[in-house]
Design a protein around this ligand. Structure first.
Ligand code: SF4
Length: 234
């Protein structure tokens, strides 16, 4: 496991909590719109300064009583075999843990839930489940649609607070795709539509592309909101 970044304070990454965010290097996908390529592409990861785990936990010790939680994100945190150990160590220090994941590793999710190591999960839904081919096109590499479906079920039945979210990308998603995603997830607690930022994307062809307009996003939200307890645009 390589820790490639640490945001020492965030008021927005962990809903309702003052938190720090730790960024783990590496990802099993290559979403064309990803703007964290320095944490995803091996040739860039090797240039990413590493934060030694001991220093990270030293930082957390100093922030006890000041921070409520830690957001564990990436890259994709679940590609790390020792994620359960890492998260367990954070929990033993009495911090809440939020995990950001692409949902491709239900086995690790199951283990984390079983051990009560997670307090909030945010899972990215990359595309409609119409076909594996379509989902894989959106993720750049094979995501494993069956595993994605398994993770959705696990999260919804975990008893742990959660959200699903989709970054809506021009030339990747259509309005119909998002409606299909909503029907697939429904009923569910929270679903967020995230605007696309055409900056330093993995696929350079997406840089500078016009995102969906506020009106288009509001129109989609109006259609899918009844499927969720909370459905918002970020
Ligand atoms: S899952 Fe996709 S968006 Fe998330 S870090 Fe990996 S490549 Fe980037």
């Amino acid at each position: 496991m390589k820790i490639g970044g640490l945001q020492k304070l965030t008021l927005i990454d962990y809903p309702g909590h003052v938190a720090a965010t730790v960024f783990l290097c590496g990802c099993n996908l290559r979403c064309p719109w990803c703007y964290s390529k320095e944490l995803v592409l091996p040739e860039l990861i090797k240039n990413q300064p590493e934060i030694v785990e001991k220093d990270f936990f030293g930082f957390l010790s100093e922030r006890k009583g000041l921070l409520e939680g830690v957001v564990v994100c990436g890259g994709e945190p679940t590609i790390n075999e020792d994620l359960v150990r890492f998260v367990g160590k954070i929990k033993r220090m009495d911090f809440l843990v939020k995990l950001d994941t692409n949902g491709s590793n239900p086995a690790i999710l199951r283990d984390l839930f079983k051990k009560h190591l997670i307090d909030y999960v945010a899972m990215d839904i990359k595309q409609s489940p119409k076909s594996s081919r379509k989902y894989n096109e959106a993720t750049g590499l094979k995501a494993g649609l069956l595993k994605i479906k398994e993770s959705i079920g696990l999260i919804k039945n975990s008893g742990v607070d959660y959200e699903f979210r989709t970054t809506i990308v021009p030339h990747v998603h259509t309005k119909e795709d998002i409606i299909e995603i909503a029907k697939w997830l429904a009923p569910a607690k929270k679903y967020y539509l995230q605007g696309f930022r055409g900056e330093k994307t993995i696929n350079p062809q997406l840089e500078g592309q016009r995102p969906f307009s506020d009106e288009e996003l509001l129109d989609i939200r109006k259609i899918i909101a009844p499927f969720f307890e909370i459905c918002e645009i970020r």
